[in-house]
Write a protein that binds this ligand. Structure first.
Ligand SMILES: [Zn+2]
Ligand SMILES: [Zn+2]
Ligand SMILES: [Zn+2]
Length: 80
């Protein structure tokens, strides 16, 4: 569950060079999960290709509030 704040709407108004050039791209951040799954913070994003993403790629540990995979890994470490 990724939280997107209203601040994003303000930044969307500023002109993006890729939008101006009508390039196929995404304004979300890619989030790489520990299980190798990849997710985008942009809800409508359909193509997770790294080239379409202008923002830095995150690992899910860096996402606000963390991710369920981090919890699962912690539980595994406790169990072993
Ligand atoms: Zn853009
Ligand atoms: Zn994750
Ligand atoms: Zn995306």
């Amino acid at each position: 569950m990724l939280v997107i704040t209203d601040e994003r709407e303000v930044t969307m108004v500023t002109t993006c060079p890729d939008c101006t050039a009508e390039l196929d791209h995404c304004h979300g951040s890619l989030v790489a999960h520990l299980d190798a799954a990849v997710e985008c913070t942009e809800p409508g994003c359909v193509d997770l290709d790294r080239v379409r993403h202008t923002l830095a790629e995150l690992t899910c540990e860096e996402v606000d509030g963390g991710c369920t995979c981090v919890v699962e890994l912690a539980e595994l470490l406790v169990a072993s």
